[in-house]
Design a protein around this ligand. Structure first.
Ligand code: ASP
Ligand code: MG
Length: 409
């Protein structure tokens, strides 16, 4: 009988110390010997290592992410952890071989940014598996057509793992991390947060892009596209994790599954814009040419033919965004002015059941009004409501919304 093949991905804290790496080897052995599976292992760099490398690049005065050497440097973190993990697996009596991106053939474009994987060659891992050798793949790395390292964006080992699972068909992907799964709210903020048994890909996608750090959102997108079942679970304790699947019975009865928040965005407001066609186009073209990723957008009609546009951008891009916009205003939109507010938080309420149940937004606003929390911006999708509030209200807002939607039933 053919054995089930699974991809096991271990994050930075799971390989954070030699003792943790030994524990990973034991976990791998358990999947092979007790669960009778064949495994491919993917690892992140040891925790803190990628930050340390970025910091070193800054200290020598050149941390441009468009630079080849920056990615050569960053990729080294996973070279260390993959080799150490292979050594530890051999020490528990199994055979293993670490593989870097070029040794597998994880092909990406050569833009040195958040690269998209174009192709994964399965022949090398497949032949190792046939010989009873466990492939231990360095996550986060790709290789471009010149043979140079590229990287997949922060948290990109998740994407490596999902891409490998997708390349082998019907292969589950375990994401081993330092939490027991995905929660109904951040446990550090809300003491009644519960671990979720299951979530849909779409719910997880909304959560990952709304501040839940447990998975890189690109990896969820890829898993969704290729229908790779994901299991998020702890490498520290024995516990059922959270399964991320396409659908599950009764999913539409759960109106809200989870509430998340993020405080790393800036709100930019441009006031006194002439209320004529083409202004929004100029503003957002300017931002996109500066490679600034815009999240929420709101336009409202001001007074006497002048409008107000607000948008949110990642806080690290806030100053650049303000600079390029000021230049635009001076040249082309006279009389308008800009405010930048870093003191904002985005709260997101996510649930499949919102497709079928009306009035969720009304309940959200009602609860926040009762708590005297002012809502500055709103955006919605079929299964999500996001709002911007002052950051000092963020944690309280998460807790009262959690209480209403997830604790009362
Ligand atoms: N080591 C990389 C990072 O810290 C990739 C990962 O951990 O998934 O972002
Ligand atoms: Mg991660």
């Amino acid at each position: 009988m053919n054995k089930e093949l699974v991809v096991l991905k271990f994050g930075g804290t799971s390989v954070g110390t030699p003792a943790r790496i030994v524990a990973v080897a034991e976990r791998v052995k358990d999947h092979i010997e007790r669960q009778g599976q064949q495994v491919i292992v993917v690892v992140s760099a040891m925790s803190g290592e990628t930050d340390r490398l970025i910091d070193l690049a800054k200290k020598v005065g050149n941390s441009k992410t468009s630079h080849r050497e920056y990615h050569q440097l960053l990729a080294s973190g996973e070279q260390v952890s993959s080799a150490l993990t292979a050594l530890a697996i051999e020490a528990v009596g199994l055979k293993a071989k670490s593989l870097l991106a070029f040794q597998v053939g994880i092909q990406t474009r050569s833009t040195f940014g958040h690269n998209l994987i174009e192709n994964v060659d399965t022949s090398k891992p497949r032949s190792l598996l046939e010989q009873g050798i466990i492939p231990v793949v360095a996550g986060f790395q790709g290789v471009d057509s010149y043979g140079d390292f590229t990287t997949l964006g922060r948290g990109g080992s998740d994407t490596t793992a999902v891409a490998l699972a997708a390349a082998f068909s019907s292969c589950k992907c375990y994401i081993y991390t330092d939490v027991e799964g995905v929660y109904s709210a951040p446990p550090a903020v809300c003491k009644n947060a519960k671990k979720l048994e299951r979530l849909t890909y779409e719910e997880m996608l909304e959560l990952a892009s709304s501040g839940a750090k447990v998975l890189q959102s690109r990896s969820v997108n890829l898993a969704y596209k290729h229908k790779v079942p994901l299991i998020v679970c702890s490498s520290f304790v024995e516990a059922e994790g959270t399964q991320i699947v396409e659908e599950y019975p009764g999913m539409e009865n759960i109106i809200v599954s989870s509430i998340s928040h993020r405080v790393d965005e800036s709100k930019i407001t441009i006031r006194d814009i002439p209320d004529v066609p083409g202004m929004a186009a100029k503003i957002f073209k300017t931002l996109s040419e500066a490679n600034i990723v815009v999240d929420m957008i709101v336009q409202s009609e001001g007074q006497s033919g002048r409008a107000v546009i607000s948008c949110t951008v990642p806080q690290e891009q806030g100053l650049t965004a303000a600079d390029v916009l000021r230049e635009l205003l001076v040249k082309e939109i006279k009389g308008s002015w800009i405010e930048v507010d870093n003191d904002v938080a985005k709260i997101s309420v996510v649930g499949e059941g919102m497709r079928m149940h009306a009035g969720v937004a009304a309940q959200v606003f009602d609860i926040l009004a009762r708590e005297k929390i002012n809502v500055q911006m709103i955006s919605t999708s079929e299964i999500k409501i996001s709002i911007i509030v002052k950051s000092e209200h963020a944690e309280h807002a998460v807790c009262v919304l959690h209480q209403h939607f997830l604790e009362s039933a």
